[in-house]
Design a protein around this ligand. Structure first.
Ligand code: MG
Ligand code: MG
Length: 253
């Protein structure tokens, strides 16, 4: 069941997504070699609650933290831990917030100190692929158009697309219909309609597309242990152009 949102609901979702963007920016400010990832979680949890939000991830199917922190070969769903960030790491931070009954969801992959140019290129491409996908997220196109655009953008540049994990509809719930894969055929899939809200989140690997789950039951990592990047925006389908409800502006300011 796909729930179309009214303009008022979309504005409420924008509010939740702004807090997500600000939370990610707060985390970005402190990311540095020597910082423990558990401290990033505390910071996020406090910041979200100070802004009257509910951290969506904490307790979700038993997840123990308010953000996902996934380092290097970890793709997504990493649990904040005692691990100390080190120079050259990349760290994907994924954050979800509910405010006034509506959800926001966004992710950004940060560099810790100086990162190898090859890995920076992976991050740049993944972020560009997200915006490439968003450019197809307009009324009258189909989910497959978004999926295909992301896949082609990344594979052309020699990277691979994770298959098992996908983007999703979002609204009153963090995960609603439809699924939004990062691979697919253009012209296929659900027709995009005004008022649909989706989270688009390419997970792109330097090496093969294959992934595996760590023993903690959450962390997803690449099978070949090569790095993986993840960027995510929540968007609304509007007239003519996707309305990006989340923002990296606070991070990149
Ligand atoms: Mg997310
Ligand atoms: Mg998501």
């Amino acid at each position: 069941m796909i729930y179309l949102k009214t303009d008022d609901e979309i504005e409420l979702m924008r509010i939740a997504n702004r807090i997500v963007g600000k939370t990610l920016a707060e985390i970005g400010k402190v990311i540095a070699p020597g910082v423990q990832t558990i401290s990033l979680d505390k910071l996020a949890d406090t910041f979200i609650r100070d802004h009257r939000g509910i951290p969506l991830f904490r307790g979700y199917k038993g997840f123990p933290a308010s953000i996902c922190v996934s380092i290097n070969e970890n793709v997504v769903h990493g649990i904040p831990s005692e691990y100390y960030l080190k120079e050259g790491d990349i760290v994907s931070v994924d954050c979800g917030v509910k405010i006034n009954g509506y959800c926001g969801d966004s992710a950004y992959t940060f560099c810790v100190g100086e990162v190898a140019p090859k890995i920076k290129q992976l991050l740049r491409t993944t972020k560009e692929a997200l915006y490439e996908g968003i450019s197809y997220a307009v009324e009258g196109k189909r989910i497959g158009d978004v999926s295909h655009a992301i896949q082609v953008y990344c594979e052309k540049r020699g990277y691979s697309v994770v298959r098992e994990l996908v983007g999703h509809g979002i609204g009153r719930e963090m995960h609603e219909d439809p699924d939004v894969p990062n691979y697919g055929k253009s012209g296929y899939g659900i027709l995009l309609k005004k008022g649909m809200c989706i989270a688009i989140e390419p997970m792109i690997n330097m090496g093969s597309k294959n992934i595996t789950f760590e023993k903690d039951g959450w962390t997803v990592r690449t099978m070949d242990r090569k790095p993986s990047a993840h960027f995510e925006h929540t968007i609304a389908i509007r007239n003519g152009k996707a309305d990006i409800l989340s923002t990296f502006d606070y991070i990149e300011a």
